[in-house]
Design a binder for this molecule. Structure first.
Ligand SMILES: Nc1ncnc2c1ncn2[C@@H]1O[C@H](COP(=O)(O)OP(=O)(O)OP(=O)(O)O)[C@@H](O)[C@H]1O
Ligand SMILES: [Mg+2]
Length: 370
């Protein structure tokens, strides 16, 4: 794995599974732009890996290099130890689903699904059986005679998924397959896609810039930034132990504060407050950053609370109330409270409030610069 920052026990467990796909030193430049910068990535068989990152960070380029649609400048790709670096895309037997519905407009749904079988010269009986099996899996059995322009976006992506799985690919590559769909269909298809990929058991690499999608789908999230892998971890690991400021604020919400490590595990924040009892193994004197997640900020009456703040704004978010606080630590801090808890406090904008933050919930980030 590129950058492995998981806890020791996890690392042992994950790395003992056999590697299915391996990219080593994968790199691609377009003119002056380094789209993918010497990426090392290992994927075990049957894993669902999500490449997550902001627009332009190189996700699509990396996925297309794995697919064989973009030729890498540096590095190699192996599948079960076989070097595929120079093997053309058509000979790799990988399934690909794109963001835009890339169906053949003049072919019916059935003929679209069967396309990968037709180019392999699959016999009529097997073709028919496989199309109906896939149509059932993707729940489009009643659409087989239609043409793509007679389908909704969600239906078209079901067809694209069925087609990608038709030739029993050794790897399924998906590039933001749900991002063009409206929110409700996207959520439904996300769950269906997750269940279907697990049922089929195919190894999947899924590109998205949507952190919620990544957390829901992934066994492993590979976070990219400016062409590089900056964290390769479980969803919990990325969320609870982000490797950098960038990851902490890209996955979930976080208030970030710069600080210096003090004696016996404490951290002195730039504003002067000293936090004690934090979990980290950094040596005293080191610069670091502290990430505070809104759900770990507790509010209560000011009397006897460790910190005090003023409520600047509140936002009703449906299941919870998001509260913006002025201070402590000189920070604009966010808290998230369930609605019952918020109502019980009887507070509003302008009120002083006590703030509780358990030290063990604070994330200390070793490298404060990224
Ligand atoms: N064919 C190309 N020619 C020139 N530059 C390219 C080409 N393809 C990608 N790039 C550049 O490489 C960088 C990475 O692009 P890429 O499409 O891989 O990003 P991405 O993470 O998929 O972004 P998005 O989330 O917007 O799809 C960008 O700066 C992009 O402009
Ligand atoms: Mg892209």
């Amino acid at each position: 794995m590129g950058v492995d920052r998981r806890a020791g026990a996890d690392t042992l467990r994950m790395s003992s599974a056999p590697v299915h796909l391996r990219c080593a030193g994968f790199g691609k430049r377009f003119g002056d732009v380094t789209a993918v910068d010497r990426v090392d990535l290992e994927v075990t068989r049957g894993a669902f890996v999500v490449l997550l990152g902001a627009s332009g960070c190189g996700k699509t380029t990396l996925l297309r290099m794995i697919a064989g649609l973009v030729e890498p400048d540096t590095g190699s790709l192996t599948l079960d130890g076989m070097d595929l670096t120079r093997v053309p895309a058509a000979a790799r037997n990988f399934g690909f689903v794109f963001q835009a519905y890339a169906l053949f407009p003049t072919k019916t749904v059935a003929d679209n699904i069967a396309f990968p079988l037709d180019i392999r010269g699959t016999g009529a009986d097997e073709r028919r059986a496989r199309v109906s099996e896939l149509a059932e899996l993707t729940q489009i059995g009643d659409l087989l005679r239609r043409f793509p322009h007679e389908l909704s976006g969600g239906q078209q992506q079901r067809v694209a998924l069925a087609r990608a799985l038709a030739a029993r690919p050794s790897l399924l590559l998906l590039d933001e397959p749900l991002s063009a769909l409206d929110a409700r269909i996207r959520l439904r298809l996300r769950k269906e896609l997750h269940d279907l990929v697990r049922r089929v058991g195919v190894t999947a690499i899924y590109v998205t810039h949507d952190q919620e999608e990544a957390l829901e789908l992934a066994d492993r999230i590979v976070v990219m930034d400016r062409g590089r892998i900056v964290q390769d971890d479980t969803p919990e690991g990325v969320y609870l132990r982000p490797a950098s400021r960038h990851v902490a604020s890209f996955v979930g919400r976080a208030t970030l504060a710069g600080g210096i490590v003090g004696a016996s595990g404490s951290v002195r924040l730039a504003h002067g407050d000293e936090l004690t009892g934090l979990r980290h193994d950094l040596s005293p004197g080191r610069a670091c950053a502290v990430a505070i997640r809104p759900e770990f900020v507790g509010l209560r009456s000011p009397a006897g609370a460790p910190y005090a703040a003023t409520i600047v704004r509140r936002m009703f978010m449906g299941p919870h109330m998001r509260v913006l606080l002025d201070g402590p630590f000189g920070l604009a801090l966010e808290a998230e409270l369930d609605l019952k808890r918020w109502a019980a406090l009887g507070l509003d904008v302008g009120d002083r409030v006590g703030v509780d933050i358990a030290s063990q919930d604070l994330v200390v980030i070793a490298d404060p610069t990224t």
